[in-house]
Structures are given as structure tokens and as C-alpha cells.
Design a protein around this ligand. Structure first.
Ligand code: DQA
Length: 142
């Protein structure tokens, strides 16, 4: 069975309550149930952390054979974290960077991603569907 890990970074535990005009009104857990139901042949694991080092530790632990692909929304760390970018480069497992909102329509500081040059691909601005598009890309590629 194919195995994909979704990692959500800081503040994404508050999806559904956090700025719903930008991020929607569904919690990630509710969305994840639907996503898992849509891909019954794929094991979709989920990890969320508000801590940069925990995200890096998890990338390391799945980066050498643990899973077939990682879907990563690093939240605001996208725009600040050289360390997460280095972790993506350090591991073997491909990482797709996703964002719920179209960061290019938002503040200038969200236009730059340290992660994009290290990522296998980038999916931005499709709401929660960004995650499904990333999962789908792994499913079709594997
Ligand atoms: C985000 C965009 C980031 O700029 C922001 O800090 C987030 C969420 C998105 O999914 O649209 O926390 O990654």
C-alpha cells in the first residue's frame, strides 16, 4: 500500500476557526476523513506541529524509506525557515509544498518561500483541495 504523510506546520491546527475568510471553515480533521475516503488504497498519515524542530525531526524520520511522499504545509515557516529547506534537501523522500491560500495575492513577505527550490513540486491557492492535488500527484507518479 502506498503511504503518504501530510505535515502541517504552525497554526494549521486551528483550521476551521482561524481566519475562515482566508482558510475556510472546515477543520483539517474533517477534510482528512474525506481525503482518506477518496483514496482507500493509500495510507495517509498526518502530523501537525507548531514547532520547527519537530517538523524537521519528522521529515528526518520518514525521509529514508518510511513513506513514499510528504505533503508539507509549513505555514509561516515557509517564509522563514532555512532549516526546513535544508531538511527537505537532506532527505530522499520527495516533498510537495502546499498552501491553502494563494500566497502571491497576499502580503509581500508571503511571496518568498525558502522551501520551493527544495520541493519536488508546489501547489498553491486551491483551498484544502491543494492537499488532494498533491496526494493525487504522488498516487499517479508512484
Ligand atoms: C499558508 C500560507 C502562509 O503564509 C501562512 O503563514 C499559513 C498558511 C497557507 O496554507 O495558505 O500559515 O501556508
Amino acid at each position: 500500500m502506498k503511504k503518504i504523510l501530510i505535515i502541517n506546520g504552525p497554526n494549521l491546527n486551528l483550521l476551521g476557526q482561524r481566519e475562515p475568510g482566508i482558510y475556510g471553515s472546515s477543520s483539517f480533521e474533517t477534510y482528512l476523513e474525506k481525503l482518506r475516503a477518496a483514496y482507500p488504497d493509500v495510507e495517509i498519515d498526518y502530523f501537525q506541529s507548531n514547532h520547527e524542530g519537530d517538523i524537521i525531526d519528522r521529515l528526518h524520520s520518514v525521509g529514508f524509506g518510511g513513506v513514499d511522499g510528504v505533503v508539507l504545509n509549513a505555514g509561516a515557516y515557509t517564509h522563514t525557515s532555512v532549516a526546513i529547506a535544508d531538511a527537505i534537501r537532506a532527505i530522499k523522500t520527495p516533498v510537495i509544498e502546499v498552501h491553502i491560500s494563494n500566497v502571491h495575492q497576499r502580503e509581500e513577505f508571503r511571496h518568498h518561500s525558502f522551501l520551493s527550490p527544495a520541493a519536488a513540486g508546489i501547489i498553491i491557492g486551491f483551498g484544502l483541495e491543494s492537499y488532494r492535488l498533491a496526494v493525487d500527484s504522488f498516487v499517479k507518479k508512484l
